[in-house]
Ligand binder design. Structure first.
Ligand code: UDX
Length: 483
C-alpha cells in the first residue's frame, strides 16, 4: 500500500519504520529539513539525536530507499495513495487545551494537495497522535472545505511507551481503529493485515470519536493508577514504619484483575503524554460543563509528587537546603531515554533553587545535553548557572551535602558503594525511585536515607543503638503531615 506519514517525531518515525517493515511503500514527511537529512543518512547517531529508540535506526537502514522514503515535499507522491497517518505533536496550551497549530497546518497542506489529485482513488486520513475528541470530524470538514473527493477520516491512537516504540509497534496489545465507512475499514485492514484475526492482539473497529476517547481514557487511567500508588500506598508506608512497599505491591496486585504496572512508587510520572493528556481531557470535559474533580486531583497528586521529597527532607529530616550542594542523579523522565519533557527533575530543580541551594551537581547518562538547553537563560543565568553537569555519578556526588535520585537508571542500583567511597556522613540520600536495596548498610554507617514509599532512616540515631542489638536499620523517623 502507498502511505504517507506526516510528522517524524516520537510517534511518526517508529510508525513509518514499522509500516515499511510490513512491506508498504511509506513516505515519511516532515517540514524540518535537518531531521529529514539525518534520517536519510541512515546513520544511527544522527537518527538518535532526534528519536532515540532501541531498534529504530536498524529498522530504518534496512528499509530505506526500498520501502521507506524520507521527504520534505509530498506534492509528487499523492497519486495512488491509500492512507495518510497524521503524527503531529499537539503540545499543551496554558489552559490545558491542545495546541493544534502544527496539526492544522499539516491538514490544510494535505487538503490542498489532495484536492489537486488526478486520480480519485479512495484515501483514508488517519489521526495517529493524540488529538482531542472530535478532531477526525474537524479534519473531515477541512477536506470538505477544499473540495477533496473520495476521502475518509479515521482515528488510530498509538499506545506506545517511549523506549519500547519499535517492539511495541511490532507486537502491540491492541489495534484500535475508528472510521465511518466499510470502505475505509477495508483499507485499514489491509494496512494492518497481520494483526486482523490475530490470536493475541485485540483488533477493535469502532467510531472515530470512540477511538479518540479510548486514548484519553487509557492514559488517564494509567496516571490515576500511578497516583493511587504514590498518593495512597506510598503515603501509608511513609507514615507507618515497617510497611514494606515491595510486599504491599505484591499483596495488592496479586489480584488477577489488577496489574503491577504503575504500582512502582516514584517521584511522579513524567513524559510527554500523561500530563498533557489529562489536562486536555479536563479541558474537553470542562468545555462541556462537566465536573472534573477526580481528574484534577489525580493531576495535582502527580505534580506535587515530583517535588514532594524535597518537602519531606525539610519536614522530616530537618534538612536546610539553604546554601547546600545537592547531587541530582537522573534528569530524564524515566530510564533509557534522553527525554526530559515533564520530568520530575524539572520540579526537583525548581524546588531546590527556590530553597536557596548553593549548587546542584547533575548527572544523567543521556539527558544532560537536553537539560543544558532547558536550564539556560542567556539574559539572566544566575539561577541556572548553579547547575553543573558531570560525567558520572561519583563526580556529581563529590563535595555534595545531599543526594537526590530522580530517574530509575539501572546504574544507580549500585550506588551505595559509590556514596560510601565518595562522601562522609552526616549526609542525606533522598531516593525518589527506591534504587538502593542495600540501604541498611548505608544507614548503619551513619548516612540518612529518605526513600519515596518509606520512612526516614536516620543514620546517627541508628549508630547510637548498642552493637548487635539491631540486625537491620531501625525505623526512627516520625512523619509529620505535609502541607
Ligand atoms: C505513556 C503510556 O505508557 C503510553 O501508553 C502512552 O501512549 C504514552 O504515555 P511513556 O510516556 O513513554 O508512555 O512512559 P511510561 O513508561 O508509561 O512511564 C511514564 C512515567 O511513569 C515515567 O516517569 C515512569 O517512570 C513512571 N512510572 C511508571 C512510575 O512512576 N511507576 C510505574 O509503576 C510505572
Amino acid at each position: 500500500m502507498k502511505i504517507i506519514v506526516v510528522g517524524t517525531g516520537f510517534v511518526g518515525l517508529p510508525h513509518a519504520a514499522v509500516l515499511s517493515e510490513y512491506g508498504h511503500e511509506v513516505h515519511a514527511y516532515d517540514i524540518d529539513e535537518a531531521r529529514i537529512k539525518a534520517y536519510k543518512s541512515g546513520e544511527r547517531t544522527r537518527i538518535e539525536r532526534y528519536v532515540n529508540e532501541p531498534g529504530l535506526a536498524a529498522a530504518i537502514s534496512e528499509n530505506i530507499n526500498r520501502y521507506l522514503f524520507f521527504t520534505t515535499d509530498i506534492s509528487n507522491v499523492v497519486e495512488g495513495l491509500d492512507a495518510v497517518f497524521l503524527c503531529l505533536n499537539t503540545p499543551p496550551n496554558r489552559d490545558g487545551s491542545s495546541d493544534l497549530s502544527y496539526y492544522l497546518n499539516a491538514a490544510h497542506h494535505l487538503a490542498d494537495l489532495l484536492a489537486k489529485r488526478q486520480d480519485k482513488k479512495r484515501v483514508v486520513l488517519v489521526n495517529k497522535s493524540t488529538v482531542p475528541v472530535g478532531t477526525a470530524r474537524l479534519l473531515e470538514n477541512i477536506m470538505r472545505e477544499y473540495g477533496v473527493e473520495n476521502v475518509g477520516v479515521a482515528a488510530n491512537p498509538e499506545f506506545l511507551a517511549q523506549g519500547n516504540a519499535i517492539e511495541g509497534s511490532r507486537r502491540p496489545d491492541r489495534i484500535v481503529l475508528g472510521a465511518d465507512t466499510e470502505e475505509d475499514f477495508q483499507i485499514l485492514r489491509r494496512v494492518y493485515s497481520q494483526f486482523v484475526n490475530h490470536v493475541r492482539i485485540r483488533y477493535l473497529e469502532t467510531t472515530p470519536e470512540t477511538a479518540e476517547a479510548i486514548k484519553y481514557m487509557a492514559n488517564t487511567l494509567l496516571l490515576t493508577y500511578i497516583s493511587f500508588w504514590n498518593g495512597v500506598g506510598g503515603r501509608l508506608a511513609e507514615s507507618y514504619g515497617n510497611i514494606r512497599m515491595e510486599d504491599l505491591k505484591i499483596g495488592v496486585t496479586s489480584d488477577s484483575r489488577i496489574s503491577t504496572w504503575g504500582s512502582y512508587v516514584s517521584n511522579g510520572a513524567g513524559g510527554s503524554c500523561f500530563g498533557k493528556d489529562i489536562q486536555s481531557l479536563i479541558y474537553q470535559l470542562n468545555q462541556n460543563g462537566r465536573s472534573t474533580d477526580l481528574l484534577q486531583a489525580v493531576y495535582n497528586i502527580n505534580e506535587y509528587q515530583k517535588s514532594y521529597l524535597v518537602d519531606r527532607a525539610i519536614h522530616e529530616a530537618d534538612f536546610n537546603f539553604n546554601q547546600k550542594t545537592v547531587a541530582l542523579l537522573g534528569l530524564a523522565f524515566k530510564k533509557r531515554t534522553n527525554d526530559m519533557r515533564d520530568s520530575a527533575a524539572l520540579k526537583v530543580v525548581e524546588s531546590l533553587l527556590a530553597r536557596g541551594v548553593h549548587s546542584i551537581r547533575a548527572y544523567d547518562p543521556l539527558a544532560a545535553e537536553d537539560a543544558q538547553t532547558i536550564w539556560f537563560n542567556p539574559e539572566d543565568n544566575h539561577l541556572f548557572g548553579r547547575i553543573s553537569y558531570h560525567a558520572n555519578a561519583k563526580e556529581a556526588i563529590q563535595g555534595s551535602d545531599a543526594l537526590f535520585i530522580s530517574t530509575d537508571w539501572e546504574e544507580f542500583r549500585g550506588l551505595s558503594r559509590t556514596i560510601e567511597t565518595t562522601v562522609q556522613p552526616p549526609y542525606l540520600v533522598i531516593d525518589g525511585r527506591r534504587m538502593l536495596p542495600d540501604f541498611d548498610a548505608l544507614v548503619a554507617q551513619g548516612y540518612d536515607y529518605l526513600p519515596v514509599g518509606g520512612v526516614l532512616l536516620c543514620g546517627a540515631q541508628y549508630q547510637k543503638q548498642p552493637a548487635n542489638s539491631q540486625p537491620s536499620a531501625k525505623v526512627v523517623g516520625e512523619t509529620k503531615p505535609i502541607a
